[in-house]
Ligand binder design. Structure first.
Ligand code: PDD
Length: 305
């Protein structure tokens, strides 16, 4: 079955999908994106992702191509047509197509592309979900809070991690503070046992998984601080883990080749891994996700509109 993409109003086989060579996303990286996790045929944390999408658009003055209700219909349709039960949906909105000129062109329509793809089943065994990281200088721009498609520094960092045999590159700013991973939020349990992640500012993406986990921490009376870690504090951490829409809660067991504590997922990470799994199973499916996109596995969805 060929994958189906939504491209500016049409559902097309992905192999036939195309955008203009003068799309500003292609020429300038003038666009934003979102990635939503699909678990058991449902979107996880939809409202958080749609709110961040709206914020990213606002911050770079791209008008929304459609309202959230319409967008959800399209997202669900792409997932349905691709029969994705476990995976991700990716959406990208660029300023649109115009003769190349750095300044914003007037009167153009934003481009919207949505794709969905299968992923691995949600992890249940934390021991099989551990990973390693390296550290690198954060060489990105001053508005990393906007989820733009300008990801070259992130790609360079991830590539260095791959070449080092690591899962993630954890970035350190010029003042020696941990910012985030190349595509993840960084958390640590510091040497005093305090669970911490950096405060939100212009230098990191406000992660939706972070926000969801923050809610779970509050609901479960688990203390944490939104306070950045210095490199020294980070290297002395008892536990390190990452969060994202595709990493969920991911234990980091070594950094730059040095084991974090005993090199096994710690008790806090283990608890939060389980809490987030429960969230993804049920509580993450809020009103906006509107129930399953697909029928349970095995049942036909031919009859669905
Ligand atoms: N990345 N920081 C950065 C730089 C990211 O790119 C991401 C997400 C996150 C975590 O955000 P969230 O919890 O909302 O996924 C933090 C996505 C998954 C990606 O680019 O594929």
């Amino acid at each position: 079955m060929s994958r189906i993409a939504y491209v500016n109003g049409r559902y097309v086989p992905q192999s036939d999908a195309s955008i203009s060579i003068e799309d500003r996303g292609y020429q300038f990286g003038d666009g934003i994106y979102e990635v939503i996790h699909i678990h058991d045929g449902r979107f996880v944390d939809t409202e958080l992702h749609l709110a961040r999408l709206a914020r990213s658009l606002r911050e770079i003055a791209i008008p929304a191509p459609m309202d959230n209700a319409a967008l959800l219909v399209v997202l669900r349709e792409v997932v349905r047509r691709n029969r994705v039960h476990e995976g991700i949906v990716y959406m990208q909105i660029t300023r649109g197509v115009a003769r190349r000129d750095h300044a914003f062109p007037l009167g153009i329509k934003p481009s919207l592309v949505i794709t969905a793809r299968h992923g691995n089943p949600f992890p249940r065994d934390i021991a099989a979900w551990t990973a390693t990281a390296i550290t690198l200088p954060d060489i990105r721009w001053g508005r990393c809070d906007i989820k733009t498609v300008n990801l070259l520094p992130n790609c360079l960092a991830k590539q260095k991690a791959r070449e080092a045999g690591a899962y993630e590159a954890i970035l350190i700013d010029a003042s020696g503070m941990i910012t985030e991973g190349s595509s993840t939020t960084v958390w640590a349990v510091d040497a005093n046992g305090v669970l911490r992640t950096r405060h939100l500012d212009d230098h990191i993406l406000p992660g939706c998984t972070r926000a969801a986990l923050g809610g779970l921490l509050r609901d479960n009376d688990i203390a944490f601080e939104e306070r950045g870690l210095s490199e020294l504090e980070f290297r002395a951490a008892r536990e390190v883990f990452l969060t994202s829409a595709t990493s969920f809660v991911k234990p980091i067991v070594s950094v730059d080749g040095v084991a974090v504590a005993d090199g096994k997922p710690g008790p806090v990470t283990t608890r939060l891994f389980a809490l987030f799994a429960r969230h993804a199973d049920g509580a993450g499916h809020n009103a906006a996700s509107g129930g399953p996109v697909l029928r349970p596995r095995g049942e036909s969805d031919q009859t669905r509109p």
